[in-house]
Design a protein around this ligand. Structure first.
Ligand code: FE2
Ligand code: FE2
Length: 403
């Protein structure tokens, strides 16, 4: 199975992973043969990529770190919490930042905390945690996101990434739970920001960007002061856009670039907490590799390099190093091209990872430089130090990424 760009998908190809609609109804089931009208439907719905299964790539197994059942349960829970909270908003577009906070504390928060949707989300968290406990690497590609389901899928994927990092750090179950709740709801403050601004394909004005920058504050106000959630969870939304160098928002907090397990408290007011620093890396990684209304997903090798480059300034340096040690530069199923030598320009896919060197995978070359199908050629990069590869992607300008 491989992930294919929708413009390269042709009738007759078989869907490798079930594709869901806005409310998690099944759009196309795994195993369905695509027709032109199905492809047009997917394009209309804003899907830029689809998982495709065929006999040439059946030996490429992309494993999601969580089962379909648990992924579906978590995304639906998050969707319901968002919907319930949205339903208690009235005339919010006319409100100022302060007005929104007042409104959250006077009414919305109570509805939110007492809602069956929130209760359900909290109840299901342990199933989610249990599955993550079996994962050590972030080996496969992420989910398929459309404009409509982006927020929920992104919340689940960010939680998966965060928890795999947390597991590597041997954080205890309570902290893992706090991290999961915080990450599931890290962008919930965005429901108080106009959709028009959030999905705007053009460059945002300073005023519009200032409005988006309030979403961590709104998320914090909604989650804070609740025993059920815990203050650490509330600080994940609050701090997920802060940076180590103090140039983040909303408070411009600074970090110390160290992994510090004992300092996982919030008491030291105005300091970055490690749980939120984990969430920051997961959030940026997932937002960057995902397709967005204003740009297609950035190739994972470039996002890997971005995190490497920004370690110490944007991201906690020690945490970023840990993240990169469990994240392959070229995840399984990624489309890649050879950069040098005799086969320069030939393309194919990442087949499997080498556990002792996760960034030198085994690749399967299937097309020549003119995109003609060739007899597949397998190259194990662990034994081939000369060949260099890069991920194929439309979007190469990663200085322009945005959440
Ligand atoms: Fe955010
Ligand atoms: Fe986010």
């Amino acid at each position: 199975m491989v992930k294919k760009r929708i413009d390269k998908v042709t009738p007759g190809m078989v869907v490798g992973r079930t594709i869901y609609g806005d409310n998690y109804e099944i759009l196309l089931k795994k195993g369905v043969k695509l027709t032109q009208s199905y492809i047009d439907l997917l394009k209309k719905r804003g899907f830029l990529n689809v998982f495709i299964e065929d006999k040439h790539t059946e030996d490429i197994v992309i494993e999601d770190p969580i089962s379909d059942k648990i992924r579906m349960m978590a995304t639906k829970d998050i969707l319901k919490v968002y919907e319930t909270t949205k339903n208690s908003l009235i005339n919010i577009e006319a409100e100022t930042g302060e007005g929104i906070i007042k409104c959250i504390n006077s009414k919305i928060k109570k509805n939110f905390l007492e809602s069956p949707a929130f209760y359900q989300l909290m109840k299901h968290i342990h199933c989610f945690l249990e599955e993550i406990m079996n994962q050590d690497l972030l080996s496969g590609l992420n989910s398929i996101k459309s404009a409509d389901n982006y927020t929920y899928e992104h919340s689940v994927d960010s939680a998966v990434i965060s928890l795999i990092i947390a597991k590597k750090l041997c954080l205890d179950k309570t902290k893992m739970k706090h991290l999961a709740v915080g990450e599931f709801l890290h962008d919930i403050g965005k429901i108080f920001v106009s959709k028009k601004i959030l999905n705007k394909p053009d460059k945002l004005t300073t005023e519009e960007y200032d409005l988006i920058k309030q979403h961590p504050v709104y998320g914090y106000e909604l989650l804070m002061d609740n025993d059920n959630i815990g203050i650490i969870s509330a600080h994940v939304p609050y701090q997920h856009h802060e940076r180590q160098d103090g140039k983040g928002y909303p408070r411009g907090l600074k970090g110390v670039n160290k992994i510090n397990n004992s300092k996982l408290t919030y008491e030291e007011h105005g300091k970055l907490i490690m749980v939120a620093e984990i969430a920051t890396i997961a959030d940026v990684y997932d937002a960057c590799i995902s397709d967005r209304p204003f740009r297609p997903g950035i190739p994972p090798d470039l996002v890997y390099e971005l995190i490497e480059k920004e370690a110490g300034t944007q991201f906690n340096k020690e945490l970023a190093a840990l993240f990169l040690s469990i994240t392959p530069k070229y995840p399984i199923g990624s489309e890649i091209t050879i950069k040098n030598g005799l086969y320069k320009g030939f393309t194919g896919y990442v087949m499997s990872l080498n556990e002792d060197n996760i960034s030198r995978p085994k690749v399967k070359i299937m097309y020549d430089r003119k995109e003609n199908t060739i007899k597949p050629m397998e190259i194990d990069l662990r034994y081939d130090n000369h060949t260099e590869i890069e991920c194929v992607g439309l979007y190469k300008n990663y200085n322009n990424w945005a959440d």
